[in-house]
Design a protein around this ligand. Sequence first.
Ligand SMILES: [Zn+2]
Length: 120
Amino acid sequence: MSAGRIIGYIAAAIMLFFGVIYMLGSGSAGATPGWFWIGLVLTLVGLGLVFLASRKPASTSQSSTSLNIDIPGSVKMDTLKCQSCGGTIGPENVKMIAGAPVVTCPYCQTTYQLTEEPKW
Ligand SMILES: [Zn+2]
């Protein structure tokens, strides 16, 4: 249940409560006749809120799960070069395999594990 629906139900319950109190109070001696109408309006608004809160579809707040590839900060991607052919390797050639960044050379298809301090 979303927070908006809970607030709606609470507000409806308060309005229904006071609505009934006003309508009951209007029957007592010395009460203003207008109380009945105030109570009636409050009850109707309360019922309307219950209706709105019950028919409103539950807001599905699906948190967007974005997979961020965490590459160690000391690795400068623009300076990576292939060990075999010397080709430039960009960030798009790094894939996370079993939690470790693995570089695949786009030129010679050589794959190697990306360490935090590359020796090349
Ligand atoms: Zn290569």
